[in-house]
Design a protein around this ligand. Structure first.
Ligand SMILES: [Zn+2]
Length: 132
């Protein structure tokens, strides 16, 4: 899908998420796009419009816009289907699994039975520590 985080020093680099083309929910400060390699159906990414490499550097107005869009994206998905659950995830840095150096928040729709044992959820970033 994109360029590696090792290129993150170059600000304004045209990463795939720098463009709002294909946005499902556009906005002036943030927007929602489908994940190109969805973990589950309706896997969404919420991105700031402004290029920012690291999620922790996003400004408060952008964070507000991102959280509003998380709720809006969830409402759109919920209207299509019954609610089972969600995982929200932010990978910050290559060591945390980030592969596109434009901040983004994953909204991953979960379906009962999509994995054998979901206990621990995002704790699964360290697989041996997920189930406790
Ligand atoms: Zn960007």
């Amino acid at each position: 899908m994109g360029e590696k985080l090792k290129d993150a020093g170059a600000v304004q680099k045209p990463y795939p998420f720098c463009s709002t083309d294909g946005a499902l929910l556009p906005g002036p400060l943030a927007y929602v796009r489908p994940d190109k390699f969805p973990v589950t159906p309706c896997h969404r990414l919420v991105n700031p419009v402004r290029h920012e490499t690291h999620f922790f550097a996003i400004n408060p107005s952008e964070l507000d816009a991102i959280w509003d869009l998380v709720a809006e994206a969830k409402a759109v998905v919920d209207a299509k289907d019954h609610l089972d659950g969600y995982n929200l995830g932010i990978n910050v840095g290559e060591v945390a699994g980030e592969t596109v150096a434009h901040a983004h928040l994953h909204v991953i729709r979960r379906y009962r039975g999509d994995v054998e044992n979901p206990r621990g959820g995002v704790r699964g970033v360290i697989p041996a520590m997920q189930h406790y």
